[in-house]
Write a protein that binds this ligand. Sequence first.
Ligand SMILES: [Zn+2]
Length: 115
Amino acid sequence: MKLSHLTEIVKNVATTLTCPKCGKRFAGETVDVVDITGDRGLFSAHCLHCNSATLVAMSIRNFRQKIAKRERQISKVAVGKISPADVVEMKNFLDEFDGDFKKVLAKPQQKKRVE
Ligand SMILES: [Zn+2]
């Protein structure tokens, strides 16, 4: 599992957990991962309100599925936006580009004056 995923899961776990002693929600930075095996996670949480520590075992299946679903959507968007034609166009542009940004940026303005 990626570290960024782990961090997100811990954040998600923290928002769903409440302190068994005082009932307040745990803040993200007070929840630590003890162990993750498959879809089961063991977390230690420290309550800032009543200063009690607790050990929580819970399923992280939903969080993992949520992250996996979002990653699929992101990769779809990225793939959909860049077509081979775009790559060719960019390559052609770079081949012709002489490094003069002023010329490139000035182009649309010149068009406007003609109209
Ligand atoms: Zn508490």
